[in-house]
Every structure is written in C-alpha cells, then in structure tokens.
Design a protein. Structure first.
Ligand code: LLP
Length: 439
C-alpha cells in the first residue's frame, strides 16, 4: 500500500510560504492569513485557535467549479461536511451554490441548520440507523447513497411507513487502489465500503421493484488525499460501464456521484489539479447522459485552515523539544496517519534566525502527541506562536477533549477582518453533562 505521506526533502520556511499565497509574512505584523495578522487573532482569542480563510475557501470552490465549466461538464458539488462541519463554513459553501454530503444525522441537521435545503443533501455512509434514516427521509433528503442489500430493504420499509419515496444510488466498490494511506482508502474489495460490482445489477433490479425507493444511479468514493487522476479514471470507467450495462438491462440510471478525495499538497507534493480531474471526468462520462455529482471535502477547506499555538517551553533533553499548548487532541492527523503538516513561526523576527532540528510536541501524556520530528525551526522562546498549516480539513472535526482539554476557539478571516466563530470551551463545560450517581 502506498504511503500518503510524501517523503521528499523537507521544504524550508520560505518554501512553505511561497507555495501558499493566502499566507504572507509582514516585517512588523508577522505571519498573516489573507492579510490579517495571526498575532492580532491570538491576542484577541488566545491559543490554541483555529483560523480559517473565507476568501481561500471561496477561491477553491470557484477553481473547482470553473474547471468543470471549462470542460463543458455540468457538475453538482456537494461539500463533504465531515471535513469541516462548522456552521459558518457550511453556510459559506451554500452561498457558493454547493449542496452537502453527510454521513450522520448530526451532519444532516448541521447542514440544514446552515440553510442547505434537504433536497440538496446526499446521505453517504456504511451504517445509517433506522432513526437516522427516518429523520432524513421525513425532512425530504435528496438522495441516499446505499452501501448494501440490507440497507435497501431497510430504507424501503421506512419510506413506506412515512409514505415517501427515497432516491437511492448504489455505491459501487470498484476495487481500485487509490494509492493513498491505508487508513483512508475506501475503494478496494477488502474495504468495508460499497457494493461489489458483480452484485450491483441484481440489487439495482431489486430496488427498481421495491416500493418506497427509486434507484436513481451509481455512487463511488475511492478514498481520500488522492494525488493522481489515474485511480479516478479506472474507477469512473468501471462506473460508466456499469451504467451502460444497467441500461441495456432496461434500468433507468440518471445519476453518477463521483465522490470526493481530491488531494492537496501538505509537504511539497503537488495537489490534484482540478483541471486534470475535470478533463478525466469529461472523457469518461462523455455521452453518458447522467447528472454528475461530486463530494469534495479536503480540497475545499484543507489549505484554508491553520491551527495557531504557543510555545509553552523549549525543552533541551539531548535534543530540542518545542512543547506547544496545542496537542493531538486538537489536530489528530500526525498521530493517526503520520501526516506531515508545515509549521511556521508567527513572529517575523524568527525568520532572521538560524534553524536547527526540533521535535514539535503537545503536552498530552502520549508519545504519539507529536506534530513533527526533527523539524528545522529557529529558536522559539516561551510565548512564541507557531502556525500548523493546512489544518482546515479533518482538524477541528476530529478533535477531542482528551486530558480534559477544552475545545479550542475558531476564527473566520474575511474581507480583511476576523470574527470568532466558535467560543473557546469553558473548562467547567467539560463535565456539565455528567451526572454523579446517587449514593
Ligand atoms: N464522500 C465520502 C463517502 C467520504 O467517505 C469522504 C471522506 C468524502 C466524500 C470526502 O473526501 P475528501 O474529498 O475530503 O477526501 N480523516 C482523514 C480523511 C478521511 C476521509 C473520509 N471520507 C484525514 O484526516 O486524512
């Protein structure tokens, strides 16, 4: 299995900055996101704090939309809520014209709370409970991507009880290696996701006959952080072939949902190019006559987010450890996937100083609580701030309160200003839902 983590030479501080136009270094103000000094945000709201750039998210959405427009391919973009489920961000993508892709009733209700119409929501996932399906169907969800024969029967029963008809797409597992990290690949036969190609025709025919459901098409999602168009081409060719053979068998197929997974550059690997992706989609779906949908998450939000932390102390113990006030409970990706995230000092002065290797760690009592090993960084004294880059996707959503650490605040940068969009959790809120047993 390929490793999703690029292993080339590490980019230095200047390389990291140069590759990220939303970030700028100002001689006085230090590191800025979309022109707003991170120091001003940290002064106002403390650290650790998530910072998201609205213009960057809008620009990435536009780049994807325009790439399809340039190919003449009408594409319905459903933002994958799991990447970053903040109401402010769901609202931002809704304003750009996106629908939503959800995997739980919590995500569904979040998306509707942010104003996304139920009709524009797709419900994916390998295990949706009866009560979740009931709520979603009762609210008029647009489409459910089904992952098993058992689920088709379940949805039919619930929809009949509610007197509604559920639009369902069968998620086909194309058995294609997405060439990404084993923990985030989903399109191999061994993965728990989707329905094997050979089982699709019979299940599609069964669904076409069942009351309460309407089989509208085929869905796919082969994995995440995919950096090459080739696995997509292979998977989508199999999807297109399936659609043609279903039609030959007399079935009606209106929809092809292409999933998400478009990778971004974390180290200095180039991210997936939206134009190259759109060209593959056009080539493979030309003349197919289906409504095309997709469910990107990381591509839209990953590069737009930072986690800003402060150095608690610089520990010298044979090697240098930079101990931050941010930890794996905020950003889990390095601990969980050995993911590489760029780290930049926020203060301008640090950029003048020589760098030496340091392990950048959090204060949690786990050896896995480490953001970077032997990273070339300048001397950073207690109180110095640093930014962990490309943390907009699968950052805050995967955070926990481990070690009784309250949830960090979040700030949205927009139009040269910034606003708090999540209050830092009060420590007492950590136990406010707990009930002491009566004695
Ligand atoms: N659609 C489905 C059915 C999915 O399962 C996913 C992601 C997406 C869309 C969006 O994928 P994206 O465009 O964001 O790659 N926590 C991991 C990533 C897990 C992805 C899970 N599924 C990480 O931090 O890398």
């Amino acid at each position: 299995m390929a490793d999703m983590n690029f292993t080339g030479p590490e980019p230095d501080l200047q390389d990291l900055l140069a590759a990220r136009p939303p970030l700028q270094m100002h001689a006085q103000d230090g590191l800025c996101l979309e022109g707003v000094p991170l120091n001003a945000i940290a002064d106002a709201h403390g650290t650790p704090v998530w910072v998201y750039g609205a213009a960057t998210m809008r620009a990435r959405f536009a780049a994807l939309r325009d790439a399809f427009a340039a190919e003449g391919v009408p594409m319905h973009i459903h933002y994958a809520v799991k990447a970053n489920d903040h109401l402010a961000i769901l609202n931002l993508f809704r304003e750009q014209g996106a629908g939503a892709d959800v995997v739980s009733i919590g995500e569904f209700l979040r998306a509707t709370k942010a104003g996304v119409a139920a009709q524009n929501i797709v419900y994916s996932g390998v295990g949706k409970s009866a009560s979740e399906l009931e709520t979603a169907l009762g609210a008029g969800i647009g489409q459910i991507n089904v992952e098993s024969a058992e689920e088709v029967e379940m949805i039919s029963g619930i929809a009949m009880r509610l007197c509604v008809v559920a639009n369902i797409a069968l998620r086909m597992n194309p058995d294609v290696d997405a060439g990404t990290h084993a923990k985030i690949t989903t399109g191999l036969a061994e993965n728990k996701f989707g329905i094997a190609a050979e089982d699709i025709p019979a299940l599609y025919a069964r669904a076409a006959k069942l009351p309460g459901v309407k089989a509208v098409g085929i869905a796919m999602h082969i994995g995440s952080q995919i950096l090459s168009t080739e696995p997509y081409r292979l998977a989508y060719e199999k999807g297109a072939e399936m659609i043609r053979s279903l039609r030959e068998a007399g079935q009606s197929v209106e929809v092809l949902d292409l999933g998400g997974g478009l990778g971004i550059g974390y180290q200095d690997e180039p991210g997936l190019n939206p134009s190259a992706f759109a060209a593959v989609v056009r080539q493979v779906t030309d003349g197919l006559g289906v409504k095309l949908m997709m469910e990107p998450g990381r591509y839209l939000v990953g590069p737009a987010g930072l986690l800003v932390g402060s150095v608690i102390l610089q520990k010298q113990a044979g090697k240098r450890f930079l101990v931050l006030d941010a930890a794996m409970n905020e950003l889990m990706r390095p601990a969980m996937y050995e993911a590489w995230h760029g780290i930049l000092p926020v203060g301008a002065a640090a950029y003048q100083n020589p760098t030496t290797p340091a392990d950048v760690v959090g204060p949690i009592c786990e050896s896995a609580d480490i953001f970077a090993k032997d990273r070339q960084l300048p001397d950073l004294q207690p109180g110095a701030r640093i930014a962990l880059l490309d943390a907009g996707a699968y950052g805050a959503v995967m955070s926990s309160a481990y070690n009784a650490r309250p949830r960090a605040a979040a700030v949205l940068v927009d139009a040269g200003g910034f606003q708090l969009i999540t209050k830092r959790q009060e420590i007492a809120a950590l136990w406010e839902d707990e009930i002491l047993p009566r004695t």
